[in-house]
Design a protein around this ligand. Structure first.
Ligand code: CUA
Length: 341
């Protein structure tokens, strides 16, 4: 018990310190206009409550250390003494501070009009994201149909430009949360919600599904990559292309294995026979930094482990353990996936 307490006392200040760091998911680490406004409210709340706690402990300390005197000295005893303290400290102060924060919270909520159900008709989202147990299906939308494309898990946006995202779910309730860019918005089956994110500079912004959605909720991570306009346009152009044709014999054999085996039942690789729609689109899998909903690095070792032992890496995920491949076949399959840039 004592050990646990000591560990807690060590980790709480450490966690507070870390919230100032770049890669940490924290409301205080705002990197976009919406997140900045939320951070201001969070700071206001934190400071208000810190002041309240300091004053409270100061009063407790004062009461505990002040000489009280004997009962005789207090004769006649005033039975109703201290009522004002209770009215002021226990009623007026909390009521006023909570009301002020509530009004500021409502004002902030109203300044993100995408949450207003009356306005939804007018919204033309740039991206649609559908939550799945436990990954993100990402559709880039354009008024020109041949500029639409689908990807998964890694969301690229142009920096310094607001991007409107429609959020939905294919199964249970998930929640889209990239703390550096905005607050969290729930993804509800059969109901579209909207969020407008903007990154103030290029960079990687990590997030996390913020609503418990089953066994692998913690492995439902988000990666938003904000890029300069040129880099973003190049990425978009590449994503619009169908899959690269395999050029080496290994990769060609790998494509055959992918198309004829169980992979193509669930995954799509545009431009090939693989057209499954229940798992992430892998047309440009090699261009992504991470695999398994941003849970593991996208390298040979993890790809091999994911194909053969997904149930050990992410128990309960829809990806089965595919142990039927020989070593050579596995190598060919990975050679194929790694050239899908
Ligand atoms: Cu999806 Cu938690």
């Amino acid at each position: 018990m004592e050990n646990r307490m000591r560990r807690l006392l060590f980790f709480i200040p450490l966690a507070l310190l870390l919230t100032g760091c770049e890669d940490v998911q924290s409301t205080f680490n705002a990197q976009g206009p919406a997140a900045h406004r939320l951070a201001h409210l969070s700071w206001a709340m934190t400071i208000t409550f810190l002041v309240a706690i300091v004053v409270m402990w100061a009063l407790i300390g004062w009461a505990a250390t002040t000489r009280r005197g004997s009962l005789d000295e207090h004769e006649p005893i005033d039975a109703g003494g201290g009522q004002q303290w209770i009215t002021f400290g226990g009623l007026i102060v909390p009521l006023v501070s909570l009301c002020i924060i509530f009004v500021f919270g409502l004002k902030l909520l109203a300044s993100f009009p995408l949450h207003d159900p009356m306005n939804q008709v007018a919204i033309a989202p740039d991206i649609q994201i559908i939550g799945h147990q436990w990954w993100w299906e990402v559709h880039y939308l354009n008024s020109e149909p041949d500029l639409n494309f689908t990807t998964a898990n890694e969301i690229h946006i142009p920096a310094n430009r607001p991007v409107t995202i429609a959020l939905e779910s294919a199964d249970v309730i998930h929640s889209f949360w990239v703390p550096a860019l905005h607050g969290k918005v729930d993804m509800i089956p059969g109901h579209e919600n909207y969020i407008r994110i903007e990154a103030s500079h290029p960079g990687n912004f990590v997030g996390q599904c913020a609503e418990f959605c089953g066994a692998q909720h913690a492995h439902m991570r988000i990666l938003v990559v904000a890029q300069s306009p040129d880099e973003y346009n190049a990425w978009e152009k590449q994503q619009l292309k169908p899959a690269a044709d395999p050029s080496t014999p290994d990769a060609q054999a790998g494509e055959q294995i992918f198309e004829s085996g169980s992979c193509s039942m669930c995954h799509t690789i545009r431009g090939t026979l693989a057209g499954g729609h229940v798992a992430p689109d892998l047309t440009h899998i090699a261009s992504r930094q991470l695999i398994a909903a941003n849970s593991f690095p996208n390298n040979t070792a993890y790809l091999e482990a994911w194909i053969t032992h997904a149930q050990s890496l992410k128990p309960g995920a829809k990806m089965p353990d595919l142990t039927q491949f020989s070593g050579v076949q596995l190598r060919q399959l990975i050679a194929y996936l790694q050239q899908l840039k």
